[in-house]
Write a protein that binds this ligand. Structure first.
Ligand code: ADP
Length: 517
């Protein structure tokens, strides 16, 4: 029953050529379009640039024609800039398109444009009313929810307004819903289906493996390395440097410009006009590098860009996971205004640890890690073809057995966290390394039997050990909110007891040359 009929194919093909000027469908596009034609819900998971927009654009035209010009498709999009781009592109294809945003909703008389005989829709409530009437006259064809992961609190792009989309199914039960996203873990997908109330949707899941992308993470010590990276091998090439803060974007863009790199900053506080012109100048090659927060990137389609955003990490922007302060910063990244219960803070903690673990990983294939994150099983790391730094450097890394040191460290944390003075990870490391500091003297931790049990390790290795113990859930950082500041105290993690009593081993990866310290 799922095989399209000759007529269905011919009609879609006709619209593709006639309206879009394209000769052939890309993978899965036709299946999506046929499903909508049969009024089925669809969930489309395709990488950026895979051709998601065409799926609903073509469906929209097709349904409009099939209903003799009454069928309306409503596309929901989280960013005004994306809406503008699409509307512009569709109008040049002579597709009758209208944008409704917080900016136009109050001013634009959409009466004629929605071909609807009521007074101008001026408020969101009235929009719903207008849609309701179109619905009852059978003229509502499709809801397309672009960037659908924004409805899920699991991810990092959660938007409050998207939550309201849950009412579409209740209000307009017969209208098919197409949810589209390029970033969704299995949990996020389940969440999208549940919140949009999709009914046994056709699920299209394309592989996220892109042979043309190369993954690598480098530890950044200072900004000169970034400048060097761009100048040696990437000069005059388009790229994006992602930073964690707005001020930082401005600072780095300025610094790059001073060094002769055509760079500009981009973040959420720019005016809409500035955002638009920045994007335009970058696309047009007037600037090579955009230094941006994650406000930049959703839906960017630039044919020659050498880098693409990967979650919070820029391919050309080096995350600097070097000490525990950064981890704290990453934790605070996940924005959410609603639903900040204990469950959500655990999700957030796990997400932060996953990012940190990804950055510090020296052995596992990065491609494999990312694909697993998106729930793709069955990818063989040989397919990476040394296209990630870990696979490329496999021979240079050795495993160092730190089982005994790890057990001492965990026992020490258990002892210390039972005392009245709660300690941070860094303080614990001082005790572990037997440092003679104010902290260790003051609270007499130097009397602990395990004081200095990690003396043989360099400070750097001891810190790496503690971080790895955190990533493996053997240690845990507990957040305690003070009046204005969040403190993180170290305690044993969920896997601590099993690790201490079992015969598990604990290795850390280090470059061969540095194995002895
Ligand atoms: P996504 O929304 O998945 O990021 P888009 O729909 O914006 O991707 O498509 C990316 C680019 O590919 C666009 O320039 C679009 O015109 C083009 N494209 C989409 N489908 C096809 C197709 N079947 N054949 C050729 N080009 C296509």
């Amino acid at each position: 029953a799922d095989t399209p009929t000759a007529e269905e194919v011919a009609q879609s093909q006709d619209v593709l050529e006639r309206v879009f000027g394209i000769q052939s469908f890309r993978k899965d596009q036709l299946a999506v379009i046929i499903a909508v034609r049969r009024r089925k819900d669809v969930l489309v998971l395709m990488p950026t640039g895979g051709g998601k927009s065409l799926c609903y654009q073509l469906s929209a035209v097709s349904e409009h024609e099939r209903t003799n010009g009454c069928g309306l498709t409503v596309v929901v999009c989280p960013l005004i800039s994306l809406i503008d781009d699409q509307v512009e592109a569709l109008i040049t294809k002579k597709i009758n398109t209208l944008s409704l945003t917080s900016e136009t909703l109050n001013t634009s008389p959409i009466k004629e444009q929605l071909r609807y005989s009521r007074p101008a829709v001026r408020k969101r409530g009235q929009l719903y009313e207008a849609l309701r009437e179109m619905y009852s006259s059978g003229c509502l064809s499709l809801f397309a929810i672009d960037e659908a992961h924004c409805i899920s609190t699991c991810g990092h792009d959660f938007r409050d307004a998207y939550l309201e989309l849950g009412t579409l199914r209740d209000e307009f039960p017969d209208v098919p819903i197409m949810a589209l996203t390029a970033t969704a873990s299995p949990e996020t997908i389940t969440d999208i289906v549940r919140r949009l109330k999709l009914r046994q949707p056709l699920q299209i899941k394309q592989s996220f493996n892109r042979q043309n992308l190369e993954y690598s993470v480098k530890t950044k010590h200072n900004q000169d390395e970034l400048i060097g990276f761009i100048k040696e091998g990437h000069l005059n090439q388009p790229g994006i440097v992602y930073c964690l803060g707005k001020k930082k974007c401005e600072r780095i863009a300025k610094k790059l410009s001073q060094k002769g790199i055509k760079a500009i900053h981009y973040h959420g506080c720019l005016s809409r006009a500035d955002k638009k012109s920045t994007l335009k100048k970058w696309k047009g090659g007037i600037y090579d590098v955009v230094v941006a927060t994650t406000a930049f990137g959703m839906g960017i389609d630039k044919a020659d860009a050498t880098s693409r955003k990967l979650g919070e990490l820029g391919v050309t922007g080096y995350p600097r996971i070097y000490d525990f302060r950064d981890l704290k910063f990453i934790r605070d990244l996940t924005p959410s205004k609603k639903e900040t219960g204990p469950q959500h803070s655990i999700q957030r903690e796990n997400a932060a640890l996953a990012v940190a673990r990804y950055c510090e990983e020296k052995v596992r294939c990065r491609r494999l890690m990312l694909l697993q994150h998106f729930g793709e099983e069955g990818f063989n790391k040989r397919e990476c073809r040394e296209n990630c730094d870990n696979c490329a450097q496999a021979g240079l890394i050795g495993m160092r057995d730190l089982t005994n040191e790890a057990k001492d460290a965990v026992t020490l944390v258990k002892q210390l966290s039972a005392s009245l003075h709660r300690l941070t990870v860094l303080q614990c490391i001082q005790v572990f390394c037997g440092a003679n500091t104010m902290d260790t003297r003051k609270i007499e931790h130097n009397r602990s039997s395990l004081f200095g049990s990690g003396k043989s390790l360099s400070k750097k290795t001891a810190e790496l050990l503690f971080r790895q113990l955190l990533y493996h859930g053997i240690l845990f950082e507990e957040a305690v909110q003070n009046s204005s500041y969040k403190h993180y105290y170290v305690t044993k993690g969920p896997n601590a007891d099993e690790f201490l009593t079992g015969n598990g081993t604990f290795y850390i990866a280090q470059p061969h040359a540095r194995q002895v310290d």
